[in-house]
Ligand binder design. Structure first.
Ligand SMILES: Cc1cc2nc3c(=O)[nH]c(=O)nc-3n(C[C@H](O)[C@H](O)[C@H](O)COP(=O)(O)OP(=O)(O)OC[C@H]3O[C@@H](n4cnc5c(N)ncnc54)[C@H](O)[C@@H]3O)c2cc1C
Length: 602
């Protein structure tokens, strides 16, 4: 309890905002407490602990590559705070819950050190699990000193800079409350009248007064194993693969790795500078962004954005600066990078708008009824562990899918083109429950972000914010377009390294008997079944966006539901589940091929 003679301090709770530039919570806390701030970071055991599992598939919530990236970032933050602010200590707790350790720390500091915390500053998150933690913290802080006590610890929840456009700056017709269900409609509105705020400057060292003593707490774990244990997906799968999965430390040095970078604010600034002023790669981004091989085809900003090492506004203003300083390079490419950041915003605002429906099997379509929603209405989702496993391990018999899946398992990275294809394959060809795919990505992706991940998965599965439920990627045609000489596929499928025709699936299977036979004999295209790439595809693939399809207009959101904040719920009103498995013949083929006994099956 606050007593006369005690100084008032602010606690800054770092979350997915592991940086000091453009950090509203840190800046505000310093301003309101005359620089007397205490920073804290909690490795929340429900997200990055050994026991953290996804709800439907039971996968580890965070696997090795992302855990390492996070460790890098926390270490970088700790180093910067210490070096910049006169030895300031970042208080760390591991495998703990913020709503428990923060009040306990406040009580201890008050009673043992006469340091009185009067406010906790943090950036608000938008998804249910993260919001539930905020709510729990508010409750525990209120209970700390009782309701009527005027000096109770205040919760200063700030919006921060997690989006390009601040929600308060959106035009009324594109606001969170009135979010148009189609990206293009929303984008045109914000581009016409939205503005991007300037990033906040870093607090000057002279404006900060850290605690003159240190507080006992945990340290940044020295290894990934200390953080998430030994049983994450890479380790569990390693024994069962018919291809050799390199260890993560070997993979970091491997020339195939498209994301060999470290985590942290320092590394994020280096990457931003390197991709713009350093190599001018940004000037070619529009032509290269669908690439698959190497570090430079796309920006690789997403892992840094996901844990807030950098903000979209910093990126935006750097791009504007780049255009000013290199007018000869100004063109569609810089715009295109901003366009992609707008996609990110759109999914984040959709999560704010629709809450739990982001995780429903029936998706946001259960909330927004699109006019041409005939397909998804009668959609059935299978849960077939064997089929799922072939997809997870990169053993489906479709080289483009397998190469992408192996890249993900080995490195935690997959290109946007790859993601669209493997997601469409899981949902539209294998017809598996899309949430299993989304959870697999959640477990493995370096840049996992709930809004972008579940939003994109819903989109690809035909249950999200896409007026067309029947969009489908023909994985053979896509391979021909984006990996015409098979460079990417050869990289990840050593058993096919001498292959010369990557698109003739039957020939591949007769020439390379050790490569798995296709898990499905037919590729779905909308409601039509197409022979699985055993002949050339027709030139025009209607499901990839014909002009006729673009004319179809959705109905604006008719039924709205209040989000339930406390927990991700995984089924919505229109869910149907078909637990039927694949035909026993196809299943046996898979089991025989990999020598998986029934005991090994999950
Ligand atoms: C099934 C599926 C799941 C995905 N899961 C995630 C995820 O968990 N986290 C994530 O950040 N992105 C996700 N994406 C979006 C996209 O694939 C990645 O943002 C992109 O590949 C990251 O690479 P980059 O930074 O080089 O992107 P660039 O092509 O260089 O784009 C620049 C930035 O724009 C944003 N962006 C680009 N495309 C998208 C998109 N489709 N949706 C939202 N933002 C986008 C990202 O922040 C990215 O860093 C997913 C896409 C699909 C199809």
């Amino acid at each position: 309890m606050f007593r006369r003679g005690m100084q008032s301090w602010g606690l800054v709770w770092f979350r997915n905002d592991l940086r000091l530039r453009d950090h509203e919570a840190f800046v505000t806390a310093c301003k309101e407490h005359d620089g007397r701030v205490i920073p804290i970071y909690v490795f929340d055991g429900r997200q990055v602990g050994p026991g953290a599992k996804t709800a439907v598939g039971g996968f580890s919530k965070c696997s090795t590559p992302r855990a390492q990236f996070l460790l890098d970032a926390v270490q970088d933050l700790e180093d910067t705070l210490r070096q910049r602010y006169h030895g300031m200590q970042l208080i760390i707790y591991q495998n703990a819950y913020p709503e428990e350790v923060i009040p306990a720390l406040i009580t201890r500091l008050g009673s043992e050190k006469r340091v009185h915390i009067t406010a906790v500053y943090y950036h608000q998150e938008v998804c249910v699990e993260e919001k539930a933690v905020e709510e729990a913290l508010k409750v525990s802080l209120t209970n700390l000193y009782g309701h009527e006590n005027a000096t109770a610890v205040a919760c200063r929840a700030l919006r921060g800079s997690s989006t390009l456009y601040h929600p308060d700056d959106l035009p009324p017709t594109a606001s969170v409350a009135a979010l148009p269900p189609v990206f293009t409609t929303w984008r045109k509105l914000v581009e016409r009248c939205g503005r991007v705020r300037a990033p906040l400057a870093m607090v000057e060292p002279s404006q900060v007064h850290p605690l003159p003593f240190s507080i006992p707490c945990d340290r940044v774990p020295s290894s990934v194993r200390d953080l998430i244990g030994e049983n994450c997906e890479q380790e569990r799968f390693r024994q069962q693969l018919t291809w050799s999965l390199p260890t993560f430390s070997d993979m970091r040095m491997d020339a195939r790795n498209a994301f060999p970078f470290r985590g942290g604010e320092t590394a994020s600034q280096e990457r931003l500078q390197a991709y713009t002023f350093g190599s001018d790669a940004i000037a070619r981004y529009k032509e290269t962004r669908n690439g698959l091989v190497g570090t430079e085809y796309s920006t690789k900003w997403s892992p840094y954005l996901a844990i807030g090492n950098i903000t979209p506004r910093q990126i935006y203003h750097t791009l504007r600066q780049y255009e000013e300083m290199r007018p000869e390079k100004k063109g569609v490419s810089t715009y295109w990078a901003v366009f992609e950041l707008e996609w990110r915003d759109f999914f984040r605002f959709a999560a704010m708008r629709y809450g739990n429906a982001l995780f429903w099997r029936s998706g946001l379509r259960a909330v927004i009824q699109f006019e041409l929603d005939k397909l998804s209405k009668h959609r059935r989702w299978r849960q077939d562990p064997v089929m799922l496993k072939t997809w997870q391990c990169g053993l489906t018999g479709f080289p483009f899918v397998d190469a992408n899946q192996r890249e993900l398992l080995a490195t935690g990275w997959m290109s946007n083109r790859g993601r669209q294809n493997v997601a469409s394959f899981l949902a539209k060809d294998l017809e598996l429950d899309w949430r299993l795919g989304a959870e697999w990505f959640e477990s493995l992706l370096l840049d996992y972000d709930p809004c972008s991940n579940y939003g994109n998965w819903q989109y690809c599965a035909g249950v999200g914010l896409d007026p067309r439920a029947d969009r489908h990627f023909d994985v053979i045609r896509q391979a021909r377009m984006y990996d015409p000489d098979g460079t990417f596929m050869a990289q990840w499928l050593p058993e096919l390294a001498s292959c010369t025709n990557w698109f003739d699936i039957p020939r591949i299977h007769s020439q390379y008997p050790h490569y798995p036979r296709p898990v499905v004999s037919q590729l779905n295209r909308g409601r039509k079944q197409i022979d699985a790439g055993f002949a050339d595809r027709p030139k025009q693939v209607a499901s990839e966006g014909s002009s006729q399809d673009r004319r179809r207009k959705p109905l604006a959101g008719a039924r709205q539901r209040e989000p339930r904040w406390m927990r991700r719920t995984h089924s919505g009103p229109a869910d149907t589940m078909d637990t039927k498995t694949s035909s026993s013949e196809a299943k046996q083929t898979v089991l025989d091929h990999f020598g998986w006994s029934s005991k090994q099956r999950r």
